[in-house]
Design a protein around this ligand. Sequence first.
Ligand code: N1C
Length: 256
Amino acid sequence: LAISLGVALSHRLSSPSSESLKKTIIDKCEAFIQNNKSSSANDCQKIWSAFEQAFVGKDPCNVPMEAYDLLIHTVIQDPVCNRMLFWSKTKKIVHDFTEKTDCFLTLEDTLVGFVMNGLTWCGKEESNETFTTGCPGWTDCVNNTVRSFWNRASAAFADAACGDVTAMLNGSIATPFSPTSIFATIEVKRFKAAKMKSLSVVLVTKENEGTTCDDPSLKDLQKEIDPKLKYNCKAVPESKIQDCISQPDTACGACW
Ligand code: N1C
């Protein structure tokens, strides 16, 4: 009796979190479609089902990025050539910038990126439930539910990269092109010279100090991309980007 009571109780305690994750995701999905009419061919219920099958019933440390293939294929998303913005270790300033100006789109401005941004989720072996707490953290294990999602979504975003592509990197850290980042391990490796014209690095610096475009890690980045792609890099003081954020009418391209 004690065992079945425990099971019934834990089921009761965790099912509201499953329900609320489903509601959160479907609500965000519908809100996104409302604001982005080009996404209106998407079915949020179908997206939820494709998402859920990736991790429910699985060890949360053993979900490979391929588990999200069905989700990625279920979402209908047009690439926006010449306006795609990648980033590494600059999440805050990048999103302050993209929120205020209409110049660039990041993965978080696409349907899946917008919906999952800020959420935590996982399943459990031999359980059909969804959890939003007690899930492994980003570095607790390689194939964790959340990290594998960002790996897979980032791979799809980079596969679609076209025209002139921009990447905002952090010039205040020792290695702006960090070899363990998603940008280095997944995105750069999937850039295709046949679809892209150029890669422009915007190196965000603190008032003329820190790293420059001559940084060895940026030389590594340049070596990694197809030589047919044009590469350029510009160090831009953070204050200049802040100015563009506070004057959102600044023309795209006038910020650096
Ligand atoms: O490992 P990173 O950066 O280089 O990953 C950034 C890179 C971007 O270009 C995005 O396209 O990968 C994509 N991406 C996200 O869009 C994203 N949204 C939220 C990667 N990670 C993302 N997150 C969270 O940021 C994620 O949960 C993890 O905690 C960070 C990774 O950021 P990073 O190391 O600065």
